[in-house]
Design a protein around this ligand. Structure first.
Ligand SMILES: Nc1nc2c(ncn2[C@@H]2O[C@H](COP(=O)(O)OP(=O)(O)O)[C@@H](O)[C@H]2O)c(=O)[nH]1
Ligand SMILES: [Mg+2]
Length: 230
């Protein structure tokens, strides 16, 4: 997990008083930090709302984890997979259409936030500007934000927007997890090669999490990482 050099606890926007994994895990966490997280399960997921205006986002202090990435990178598919649901998040065959922020309430505890995808060529400058304003305002100001999952297609070298997004998140010291999606599309050898390219292009100190919504690779690791972010 990248966090701009910041220690995992303290600092940033993380509240000091909340234990989202249930009080019974507190003792565990002290002695063996990963033990309770490895078993974290998403048991309940529901669409909470679809927003076009960040001024209308839910009030209150429910923690949020946002998903960022290019259109078509596999955000909706990832949500469906880790929530074990077929059509919770609409996977669109016309990428770039949705410029909304979609909120999913997970385990009645936290929100997974599907941000509109960037970098889709066939939208107008005006649309792009609107996207930029909305996502910048969300990531820059949202107090409830605990971390961002940035998705990259494992087959492609990260683009300019991917690099800008990652640098910006680090700059803001927002905990960041990079996930390489669509792993099933490559052989094992090709995966390793692409992961090396992604690491180099984004200057990552660690491996991205390798994920496939088709095969289920990486689901448990990702779920544990989400729990850790909260
Ligand atoms: N083979 C494969 N296809 C995927 C995977 N994830 C997404 N896709 C496909 O990629 C396309 C875009 O996925 P979607 O989840 O809608 O991307 P989004 O625009 O980021 O929400 C769809 O046709 C998906 O079926 C994956 O892990 N493996
Ligand atoms: Mg989507």
């Amino acid at each position: 997990m990248l966090n701009g050099g910041r220690k995992a606890e303290g600092g940033g926007r993380k509240p000091q008083n909340e234990a989202t994994h249930g009080d019974n895990t507190k003792g565990w966490q002290k002695d063996c930090p990963l033990a309770p997280l490895a078993g974290y399960k998403i048991k309940k997921a529901e669409l909470e709302g679809i927003y076009v205006d960040i001024n209308q986002l839910p009030a209150g202090n429910i923690p949020e984890i946002a998903l960022a990435g290019r259109s078509n990178v596999g955000k909706s598919s990832l949500i469906n997979k880790i929530c074990n649901r077929k059509n919770l998040a609409k996977s669109s065959s016309t990428p770039g259409k949705t410029r909304t922020i979609n909120y999913y309430l997970i385990n009645d505890q936290w929100f997974m936030v599907d941000l509109p995808g960037y970098g889709y060529a066939r939208v107008s400058q005006k649309e792009k500007a609107r996207w930029k304003k909305m996502v910048e305002a969300y990531i820059g100001k949202r107090e409830q934000l605990r971390g961002v999952i940035q998705l990259l297609d494992i087959r492609h070298e990260p683009g300019e927007n991917d690099i800008l997004m990652k640098d910006w998140l680090l700059h803001l010291q927002i905990p960041l997890l990079i996930v390489a999606t669509k792993a099933d599309k490559l052989s094992r050898g090709a995966r390793m090669k692409q992961i090396a390219i992604i690491r180099k292009t984004l200057d990552l100190p660690e491996m991205p999490l390798v994920f496939s919504a088709q095969s289920g690779d990486g689901v448990e690791e990702l779920t544990a990482a989400l729990a850790e972010l909260l």
